[in-house]
Every structure is written in structure tokens, then in C-alpha cells.
Design a protein around this ligand. Sequence first.
Ligand code: NAD
Length: 702
Amino acid sequence: MGTVHFELTGGVAVLRLDNPPVNSLGVEMRGLIAASLARAESDPNVGAVILIGSGKGLSGGADIREFGTPKASAEPNLRTLLQLVEDCSKPVIVAIDGICMGGGLELSLACHYRVAHVSARVGLPEVKIGLLPGAGGTQRLPRVVGLETAVNMIVSGAPVEAEKLKATALFDKVTDGDLLSAALELARQIIAEKRPLKRVRDLRVEMPNAEAFLQFARNTVKAVAGPYPAPLACIESIAAALGPFDAGIKRERELFAGLMVSPESLALRHVFQAERGASHIVGVPDSTPTRPVQKIGVIGAGTMGGGITMTFINAGLPVVLLETTQEALDRGLANIRRNYQGALRKGTLNEASLEKRLGLITPTLQYEPLRDADLIIEAVFESLEVKKQVFEKLDGIAKPGAILASNTSALNLDTIAQFTRRPSDVIGLHFFSPANVMRLLEVVRGAKTSAEVLATAMRLAKKVGKVAVVSGVCDGFIGNRMVARYGNAANDLIMAGALPAQVDAALEKFGMAMGPFRMSDLAGLDIGLAVRKRRAAEFPGRDFSEVADVLCEAGRFGQKTSAGWYRYQAGSRTAIPDPEVTAMIEKYRAQKGLTPRKVSDTEIVERCIYALVNEGARIVEEGIAQRSSDVDIVYLNGYGFPAYRGGPMFYADQVGLGEVARTLRRIAAAAKADAAFWTPAPLLARLAQEGGTFSESKGSSS
Ligand code: NAD
């Protein structure tokens, strides 16, 4: 639980917020601030009050875990607290450094005077969770920084450095020295000069052509906000700041209340919490010691090895990059350099920084330079035999305590771990392609992976900007296991009578970044072909053939051959429906004795998304994923699921698990051979019967 330290310094009461990690303003903290304020107000020795933070700054804002619970409105709620501050009979000066976000900035705006350190970062990020600043932020900020800056800050949610706002009425003083000394100096001046209690609410927003500007802002936001209602609501609320303060506050409340229950905000808040929840590992306390990771080794400079190397050098970590031949090494290094060209063109990277980054790579054909690496990641061909050679070599050379990781997509990590005499140091780090771009990292926990190794991987992932999710060992881990089901469902729809373009369009309308057939063309149809061949070898006698095989036989491997489920013009990624593919599908259906029927867009979405949900439920039930919200994080960050729907499991919760289970049973009843695939997973069936949700069921983080 947090505290508010109270210290009296020469007639000034200094109230220091102390609620790690970000001094969030949960109900206990609000109560403590209110009590300290009352104490200062009633103490005749106090002439002024300073509010200041500790640790990371003043405050990161409201405690999001309270949203939608009675705690959020429990007294003193944020608005009551702000009223107490604004109405305080003694001057309240806020001293801002570090972060000052959301409710933290709204609290500051209710103070009579504001002092900031130049490096402080202030912002109202509520829009990022589908809300608007609901404690006066949309009314007070425009009154001190002007309409245009307020719109930019509130609609983008991006933090701004105090230095950039020092010319505005947001700050009475911006210092590059000691913050508390600057605040105390101002407090004493205020007391000595008997300065009035300045209230932001009393200011007016002055802007000629304000209405024209707002209309321009509305048009711009409408064009980019997509399905999100919050950005436009932010503008409507800010517009109310042109009128009387109390009416503006009322309008802000109405708009805020509407957003609070919007499906988009519920989903975004779920995602926010789920991301934080994913970093906690079941059975591994947060206090688990981690190993220092200062030097990385990467084996294989192909597609993945190159991207993985970039991930680490971008974070300033040196990488030893090993290949089998000079030619492969040179090609890998040239690819890495080429991948930075875009950043150079855009100006987000300059030549000098690029050379500095590339200078962190030690290319090698020998294992020797890996001796002192703290973490070695293997990204060689997907062959157990090749992985065996590599891990046996690594076992012989890596220092004790080095973490040995595999980027395998589908091989059994426990088998790989057995190639070494230190299986507890072996872990899966399943990066997604392009590894330097995709945020998702599946951290694969082998049967023997130690807690320390897991904790180290999670910490490192965060350091290099990845969202890490722990997965158990199974074919495809969390993401690829689910996408395989999604692909099966899409294939079934083609067999039933739909065409690739209809399936893609329906799912893209649902919000997926890319439909399954466009995605398959991008990834390459050879990937699925290899999986089907592997399965056919594993399960002799079973038929894994699909119409995709016919496309592959015709040399249609996707974008790289300018033909796959669609055709592509040279140099273009635009998918053009191809009558040749339609003919192939029709012929294939006829060979299988299938009569095509009309397939609705609703059916497409239900089958594809519920296939994901059903497999996700099995994954949670088997303990492969630790919680349903982890499944959401994987799908959101690795497969283009729309954030405003919160991930497949959260979406299913919103639809209602009873409805999802009923639909699955209906599909299963008509599915014949695939009935087991469509039958609701036991966890889903149980929750549906109990009227429960994945989010509330055991193990979910939100
Ligand atoms: P790739 O063929 O592009 O690269 C593999 C590289 O490893 C080649 O440059 C090859 O010369 C090198 N190599 C082979 N044997 C080696 C050895 N004994 N020592 C050193 N280098 C060796 O393959 P990729 O797509 O980068 O895949 C690598 C691994 O990552 C595979 O296990 C794959 O399943 C996995 N993976 C791939 C993707 C993807 O989308 N491509 C995504 C996630 C994981």
C-alpha cells in the first residue's frame, strides 16, 4: 500500500506521494492525499502546500484495475479530490518531474500553481484505452495550453516534455535544477506576496476561428479513427471547453460515461491489463533472480537469425553471428544492412548510428567467440538433425550458466534440450517474422527449463521491446497451433462454396489485418505444404491433402512467385482474384464430390474466429498457455487480430460463451469427419454452462 509523506519545511507542507511503481491514484492514495491536504489546511503553521512525487515521477494516473469496479467511484473519487485541491484555502503547488500522466496531470491542473522539471513528461493517454480524460482534463488543459495543443495531446495521448510547454500557462516555472527547491522558492514567494489562488477553471480558451479549427480536427480524426469512438469524443469534449466550465465538465462526464462502457474501451483496457499480466509466470515468483545478459550469440544468419540480431543490436547489445559458410554470412550481413535502408530513408536512423549498430555484430564461422556469450539463440534450418549438431556443439563450448535458446517453430523443445547436458538452461525463444519488427515473442518453457532462465528471458524480452508470452511445449506453441485451426476453417469454407476473396473480405471487415488467404500468400504456401507433408509422414494412412497442394503443384507459392491464392503484378503486393484459382477450386470440389453452396459472411466469421476460440480454450485447459488473456496477447501481437475486439478469447466472452458453444455444436453436428474439431472444448463447454467467461475463469490476468 502507498503512503503520502507529510513534512513541514518553513511554513510549507510538502506532501510526497509514495506508491510504487508509478504513484497511481487508487482509492487508498486518493484518501491519503485528501487527509494530508486537510491536515495542512487546518494547521495554522502551514502557509502553502506542495504536492510532489517520488520514484518515477509525480503520478502515472488512475489505477486502471479500479475501472469498472466500485473502487473507481469510491470517495474520495478523483473528481472529489480535485475539487478539494482546487477549493483549498491555502495555495497548492504541484512539483512535477518524471511522468505525470492522465489523472496525475488532471490533479496537477487542479492545483493553483505548477512547477516542473524540464525533463518531466506530461500527457493525457486515456484515448489509448478508448477513453477521454474524465476528471476535467479536457476542460482545464485547453485553458492553459490552448485549443490546438490540447487537441493534439488529448487525441494522440502522447506525452510531451515539459521543456516544450514552458511558454504556456501550464507551468508557472520550469527548472533544470532541483525540483523541490524550485517549488519551495515559489511557495515562499506566494506566501510573502500573498498571491491569489489561481484556478485554471477561471481562465477562458481564447482562439480566433475556434469553430473552424474544431471542424478541421473532427474531419481529420474521423478519417483515421477507424472503429474507435474515443478520439472524436475527445474533440467533442474539448469543444465544450469554449463555454462555461461547469457545463463543460458535465459534457465531459457524459462522454466519458459513454466511452467507459463501449466495447472498444473494454477491449483496449483488457489488452492493457493482459499485456502486463503476461509478464507474470505461473510458479515463478516475480522475485526470482535473473542472470545478466550482456552478450548474445545468434546461430544462423537467415531470415530469422538476421531479424533476431537486429533486435539485439537495436537495443545496444553486442551479437556474435555464426554461419556455416562465408557466403551465407555475407548474405546475412547484407540483408541486415538492407533492412535498415527504410529507416535511413525515413530519417529515423542516420548513417553514423547505423554503423554503430552494425559494429556491434561480430560475424564468425567459428564457435570460439561464443564462449563468453550469456545467451545463444539458434535460428538454423528447421531440422532436428541440424539442431542436434548445433546444440551438442553449444553444450561443449558455452560457459556455465549461458542460456541456450532455440527459435524452432514446431520441433519439440524437450527433445532439443536433451541434446545438451544442461536442459535446465535450454529455452525456446520463438520470434515472429520479421523478428526486428514483430512485437510478439513466445517464450517456450521446456519440461526442465529453470525458473531463473525463464525469468531472465522475460526480463530481456521487455528490455528489447518485445511482448513476451510463456508457452508450454506443443506442436505450434500457442499462436501457430491456433492459426492452423483458423486455416483449416478457412479451407473448409472454400470447400463449402466460398472463394478466397470472400473469406478474406469477411474477416478483414471483422477487423483482421489480413484475411487467411492473403496471409498465406504473404507467408508462402510452401510453409503449409511442408507441415502437411510432415503430418502425412507422422500419421501414415491419413489424408492431409488440400486444394492448396494443387496450387503448389502449379508453382503458385504466393507473393514470391507472383501467384498463389491470388495473382500479383510484378513489384506489387495487391492481391488480384484469379479465375484460374477459381477453376482449380471448382475442379477440386468436383473431384471430392462436393456440391458448393452459398456461404454467408456471418458464417465465415463464426467458423474462423470460433475455431480460434475453441483451440485457444484447449490450449488454456492443457496449461500450454497460462491464462486466456495470454492467448489474446499472442493473437493480437502476432496475427493481426483487431485490438478493439480484445483478442479471440475476450471477443468470445463478449459474444457470450453460451452462444459460441451453441454455434460450435451446430457446426459439429453437420461436420461429420471434423466433428471432434468443432465440438466445444471442455473448458468452453463448462464455462458456457455455468454462464462464465474466460476472463473471469481461473488463471486469467484481467
Ligand atoms: P533460413 O533458411 O532463412 O535461415 C537458416 C540459416 O541457418 C541459413 O542462413 C543457414 O545457412 C544457416 N544454417 C544452417 N545450418 C547451420 C548450422 N549448422 N550452423 C550455422 N548456421 C546454419 O530459415 P529461417 O526462416 O530463418 O528459420 C530459422 C529457424 O527459425 C527455423 O527453426 C524456423 O522454423 C524458425 N522460425 C522461422 C520463422 C519464419 O517465419 N521464417 C518464424 C519463426 C521461427
